[in-house]
Ligand binder design. Sequence first.
Ligand code: MF3
Ligand code: CO
Length: 247
Amino acid sequence: MYIKSAREIEIMKAAGEIVALTFEKLKEVIKPGITTKELDQIAEKFIRDNKGTPAFLGYNGYPASICTSINEEVVHGIPGGRVLKDGDIVGIDIGVVYNGYCGDAARTFEVGIVTENAKRLIEITKESFFKGIIMAVEGKRVQDISNAIQTFVESNGYSVVRDLVGHGIGKNMHEAPQVPNYGRAGKGPRLKAGLTIAVEPMVNESGFHVKTLSDGWTVVTLDGSLSAHYENTIAITTGEPKILTMV
Ligand code: MF3
Ligand code: CO
């Protein structure tokens, strides 16, 4: 686990701001009729115009700058010719490298008018992140975060994906420790000020099982139920965590 200096966290905040601003940019254009490829192109241009580099492009051979995961797609959907339609929900995951440091975040957007179910799933997923990071304080342990997320999600009748986890982040997009969205309070590595992690609940409407499609990337719910994703990069401090990917 790499502990970052205040100076390094400032750079990560700058990387995270580009991520946050890219979401604002995409928010304006996410409407029925747009393709996920167009979203990818808009995001890539915006990131580069702001002196960042898309962190996902080329990562383990990933072919795009962002991930676009529609409806039952959980994460890592590859942008392409698919047209967003009224009633879809779309998870967008964005990673940026700026001055050698990474920012990573995800949001789930409504396309046009969506069902009350879908709205609630998106809302509970976002809220579970904020429940989780109440525990993201020096001296607590990683699974205190995990347990808070899981408890909140399950008490609302949904399930947390177990095959994919949050992660440490810094010069590398993925560093130790792993940050699962399920676990036991009091377990896992101890949190220390200066640790930077991406906390990213992936929440399914029904069962927690997932599978990867034959494109080698797209993860979908096994039962076909809807899934939502919400992620921010945060820095542990001796007090409240600093959220680095929000403006
Ligand atoms: N935010 C995702 C993660 O934390 C991004 C990985 S997509 C990839 O793992 F294409 F870069 F692999
Ligand atoms: Co991540």
